[in-house]
Design a binder for this molecule. Structure first.
Ligand SMILES: C[S@@+](CC[C@H](N)C(=O)[O-])C[C@H]1O[C@@H](n2cnc3c(N)ncnc32)[C@H](O)[C@@H]1O
Length: 367
């Protein structure tokens, strides 16, 4: 796994010798990644970092399996409840062989439907500009929940940084004909001139690629998706359940494989009379530099040969720009810390909350 860390704490720092590096990794997670997201995970991870016997056991796993979020999610999957570290430690002792089994067989694949809120304005604009419905391909799709932007509700609330006249304004959108309560409502604060649509765009074809697609009809996969949500974040768990209920009504086509191997053949299946959009969120950190370059080249050939849009929604440390550089030169790094950058065809258009909770537009909408 790449050393570039997304804001969701899902990837690994650079490899280093076993035990002290493992302890440092858990300490970093407990003091930097978890606070503000989960007091429970913060306390557990710091407790683990200081627990030499446990660190020894964890350090026996392959490097990328020592990832704190993976180990903690495995414990949650097996029923660990929010509790003081001492109680959690007893749980680990009792369930250690099962925890090892889960850690070795699963991966961090958090699927966050909330990210549709930060993709929606771009998707709607693409469809409106082209005057055609959308065909969507998500690479690194997990269970494919972000493939349903037309089936969710939205509540965009303009902050004080919104253009004058609209600060505080709330824009609500919902899928035509759907009964309230049958879809999640994704809440997102906005700043800058976000081109909010009046209606949801029409999606006529949707598909995803993942190394290990999760199946919304499989109870074990659903339980794993729930376990990946940080313990105190009940609203995200509820949103996940509602999004899964939507996806179950029409499970998406998900291809198992490497995004670099599968994208071109999948794109050939998209109906010709559609605006094709390939997008990804929180995925590029899993690829090494060569994999990202290959993907960039594939996107260039797809744009040239078929015509396609590319939305990249990633932590700023792995951002790919047109020229191949990985930073946004004109932007203060602190503005991006812990957030994602949204790029449309390689150009930065917005800074987004990592779970879709905020959207700051960077440029005036054209036309
Ligand atoms: C953190 S999850 C994000 C899932 C989804 N994009 C979202 O925003 O909710 C990253 C996903 O990328 C997938 N992935 C990582 N590397 C991949 C590759 N080379 N090809 C296809 N999928 C990959 C993982 O299996 C995982 O499901």
């Amino acid at each position: 796994m790449s050393p570039a860390a997304p804001a969701s704490g899902e990837s690994a720092p650079a490899p280093a010798p076993a035990e002290s590096a493992t302890a440092d990794w858990y300490r970093h997670f407990g003091t930097v990644d978890a606070p503000g997201n989960s007091a429970c995970y913060a306390a557990w991870a710091v407790g683990i970092a200081e627990d030499a016997a446990l660190i020894q056991r964890i350090a026996k796993w392959p490097y990328n399996k020592r990832q704190p979020l993976l180990m903690l999610a495995a414990a949650r999957f097996l029923g660990a409840r929010i509790s003081p570290y001492r109680e959690f430690r007893q749980f680990l002792d009792v369930h250690w062989s099962d925890i090892s089994r889960i850690v070795l067989s699963r991966a961090t694949q958090t699927n966050e439907a909330g990210r549709c809120a930060t993709l929606l304005p771009s998707l709607a604009k693409i469809s409106a500009d082209e005057g055609r419905p959308l065909a969507l391909i998500e690479v690194g799709a997990s269970a494919g929940l972000a493939l349903f932007p037309d089936r969710y509700g939205y509540e965009f609330r303009a902050t004080a940084d919104a253009p004058s006249g609209i600060a505080g304004a709330v824009t609500r959108l919902s899928p035509a004909g759907a009964k309230p309560g049958t879809f999640p409502v994704l809440r997102c604060t906005t700043a800058g001139p976000v081109p909010l649509p009046l209606v949801l765009p029409r999606v006529v074809w949707r598909a995803g690629i993942d190394l290990n697609p999760l199946d919304v009809r499989n109870p074990d996969d659903v339980a794993w998706l729930e376990a990946l949500i940080w313990p105190e974040q009940d609203f995200r768990r509820e949103r996940l359940r509602q999004a899964i209920a939507v996806a179950r009504t029409e499970p998406p086509l998900l291809v198992a494989g490497d995004l670099n191997e599968e994208l071109l053949s999948l794109a050939r299946q998209a109906p010709a009379d559609t605006a094709l959009v390939v997008f990804h969120s929180a995925v590029m950190a899993y690829l090494d530099a060569r994999g990202r370059e290959r993907f960039r080249n594939t996107m260039a050939s797809l744009a040239r040969d078929r015509g396609c849009h590319w939305l990249s929604n990633e932590g700023h440390t792995v951002i790919i720009q047109r020229d191949g550089s990985s930073v946004v030169p004109e932007m203060d790094d602190a503005r991006l810390q812990g957030r994602f950058l949204l790029l449309h065809d390689g150009d930065p258009v917005a800074i987004a909350g990592p779970h879709g909770q905020s959207l700051e537009w960077l440029q005036r909408p054209t036309s």
